[in-house]
Write a protein that binds this ligand. Structure first.
Ligand code: AHR
Length: 660
């Protein structure tokens, strides 16, 4: 409650400030739209997606696996598992027990040995990722590996149970033969449950080994077995993103070098991918998530495939030999950097090489003989200082020597200004870096004030990738941050400035992307979900409106000859879509009163109709939630009279005008 009041007060004071800045005089705006070419193209990559496995974005989220710790690989091998009828030592001995066996020669090292005694139906339970989400009417593939060791365990029964322990679907399998065998069953729950459990019950007496106990919906994105959660991918698809950056984020760097993201360990057979603790497991003491690991079921092959499905350019980011500088800041010595560079070169071959190359062959065997045609690669995530520049130079030289056409993304650190930022930019410019990644997590006020940030950037220097940004309603990494309308509106205002500078800014992405309602560490986030449903935030709709209406060429919109970057609380940018024969104007009004705008065309003739899309909400603290998306775009058709547009722009709104 306290938090809500605080956000509300911030929202009121911000609007009051904006309002008083113009002494309460709401003027009618007369804007000039110049149809003449600016010779500035909007790059197809202008609006993209930043994906990181934070907030249960991959395991527990996009990767549709429903069993947590399916092969007992977590540090605590029984995380997520319970032995419900073995609560006391005596009952444990009575019905059976479980031990973990470790085979260090394997990447999937652990498996469970289950000893069942006295015909007492020993059972095991898995809790899923904060519960198992099940939809009535859908089928679920259950698979597990069993090795029959001794005695006579005749059957294994797999049951899905609701929150009260009632069985809502169940299947039994006869255990037979020797050696490891894969068993398969299909379960069809009789109810929709957000937090179900899986129970495994053993019949008979004896000893078996068990591993890779897995449950997937059949209804995944494109119906792929072991695939991705459909509603979540659909939300990404609807953004029409220009690129997909993966796998992060700080997760690329790791808390230590040993815990960095190593793409080679994430390809090949899913059951052989070595699990790793997730960097965000204990990232914040206020949101500890001890049950957060990476199964890498969503690995580099799947990321490339996802990018392809979305029609987005794949943009992998790799470790440059520096662990997260907010954590250990562990550094690889320059003389030991080679394996890291080799990883980058091999990745390009994995993505783009023909099937007769070493890594291209692996991609091909995984089911994608055609190259992925990757064009970008990131060297390091959010590094700063001399150590970074020194390492970047070596990567750049090696990558461009072998692959001169690959565009390299370099980084300017975690802040949009300050000593490290200035140093990074200065050095990267000297090195003729191609695209520099900038990150800004800041207040809504900062976003409103910075719509002109790129107006004075050097046009002959590197291009900018606004790779991570989001307005923070309370403060950076504050758990009370909300995806409020105020944050979304301020991002929209700022984005007109990104678009207006499309000759410098060629790639942009909001961050982070996903958050599980019960498993998050970082807020705000673009898309929220629970085990059954997902919803789009107002920030998502801002991204979607810009991305779906990015056009192909920048044109000029001005008031009294000046760009609209916040004076009188008005922001605007305009593009042409030469393929669709459309003009698209984006206007953001951060005034708490409606305003009226007249648009005078120059060197251009408007048709007689236009589409007006409005995104607004009456309260700046308003949010969407899983039950209702009250803040979403509304579309209407309006007539254009006498070749001039006269349009009302509601208080605190983003309006898109599309004119043929
Ligand atoms: O988006 C969350 C984190 O913010 C990213 O992992 C990191 O790059 C940045 O500090």
């Amino acid at each position: 409650m306290k938090t809500k009041i605080k956000i509300f007060i911030t929202a009121i004071s911000l609007t009051a400030a904006l309002f008083s800045a113009q002494n309460g005089n709401i003027k009618k705006h007369s804007l000039d739209l110049d149809g003449a070419s600016t010779n500035i193209k909007i790059q197809p990559t202008m609006y993209g997606i930043f994906f990181e496995d934070i907030n249960f974005a991959a395991d527990g989220g996009l990767y549709a696996e429903l069993i947590k710790n399916r092969s007992f690989e977590f540090d605590e091998p029984l995380t997520g598992w319970k032995q419900p009828n073995t609560k006391t030592l005596s009952s444990n001995l009575d019905s059976g027990f479980l031990t973990i066996i470790t085979d260090k020669s394997k990447t999937n090292k652990n498996y469970a040995r289950i000893t069942v005694s006295n015909h007492k139906n020993y059972s095991l339970e898995n809790e899923g990722f904060r519960g198992i989400g099940l939809h009535q009417g859908e089928n679920y593939d259950l698979t597990f590996n069993v090795e029959n060791i001794s005695g006579n365990i005749s059957a294994v029964t797999m049951s899905l149970m609701d929150e009260n322990g009632f069985v809502i679907s169940s299947a039994s399998t006869i255990i037979k033969g020797k050696g490891w065998q894969k068993y398969v069953a299909v379960l069809a729950p009789s109810k929709t449950i957000e937090k179900a459990k899986l129970q495994i019950t053993f019949t008979g007496n004896g000893v078996v080994n068990m591993d890779m106990i897995s449950l997937f919906p059949q209804n995944t994105w494109k119906g792929r077995k072991g695939g991705l959660r459909k509603d979540l991918v659909q939300k990404l698809y609807d953004l029409q993103p220009g690129f997909l950056r993966f796998p992060g984020g700080c997760i690329v760097e790791g808390r230590t070098l040993a815990e960095r993201y190593q793409w080679k360990k994430t390809i090949g057979k899913v059951e052989d991918r070595e699990n790793l603790i997730n960097k965000w497991n204990n990232g914040f003491s206020h949101r500890l998530t001890p049950d957060y690991w990476q199964s890498f079921g969503l690995g580099f092959f799947e990321y490339f495939q996802l990018a392809e499905d979305l029609g987005a350019e794949p943009l992998p980011i790799l470790s440059c030999g520096m662990a997260c500088q907010f954590n250990t800041a562990e550094l690889v010595k320059m003389e030991d950097l080679n394996p890291y560079i080799q990883d980058a070169l091999d990745l390009i071959e994995f993505a783009n090489g023909e099937s007769n190359t070493k890594w291209g062959k692996i991609r091909s065997e995984m089911g994608h003989p055609k190259p992925f045609n990757m064009k970008f690669i990131g060297v390091g995530n959010e590094q700063w200082g001399e150590d970074y520049i020194e390492r970047y130079k070596v990567f750049e030289k090696a990558i461009h020597a072998k692959y001169p056409d690959i565009k390299i993304i370099s980084g300017s650190g975690p802040s949009p200004d300050g000593e490290f930022f200035e140093y990074g930019w200065k050095e990267l410019k000297k090195l003729n870096a191609q695209i520099v990644d900038e990150h800004y997590y800041n207040s809504p006020e900062w976003f409103l004030k910075n719509a002109g940030r790129y107006d004075d950037y050097d046009r002959s220097g590197p291009k900018v990738f606004a790779g991570e940004y989001a307005a923070q309603s309370v403060g950076v990494v504050k758990p009370d941050n909300k995806n409020s309308w105020l944050t979304a509106l301020s991002e929209a205002a700022f984005m007109t400035g990104l678009e207006r500078n499309a000759d410098v800014v060629t790639m942009t992405s909001y961050a982070p992307l996903f958050a599980h309602a019960d498993g998050w560490q970082w807020t705000p986030d673009l898309i929220w979900f629970n085990n059954l449903k997902s919803y789009a935030t107002p920030n998502y709709y801002v991204q979607k409106l810009f991305s779906n209406n990015k056009g192909t060429d920048l044109i000029k919109i001005s008031e009294n000859g000046n760009p609209l970057k916040g004076e009188n609380s008005l922001y605007a940018s305009a593009v042409k879509d030469s393929k669709k024969g459309e003009i698209i104007i984006k206007i953001v009004n951060t005034n708490p009163k409606e305003t009226s705008v007249e648009i005078n065309p120059k060197q251009i003739k408007f048709g007689s109709m236009m589409t007006k899309i409005t995104l607004t909400s009456s309260g700046l603290a308003d949010e969407n939630n899983v039950e209702s998306e009250t803040i979403k775009p509304k579309e209407e058709i309006q007539t254009i009279k006498k070749g001039k547009i006269s349009v009302d722009i509601p208080a605190n709104s983003l309006v898109i005008l599309k004119i043929k």
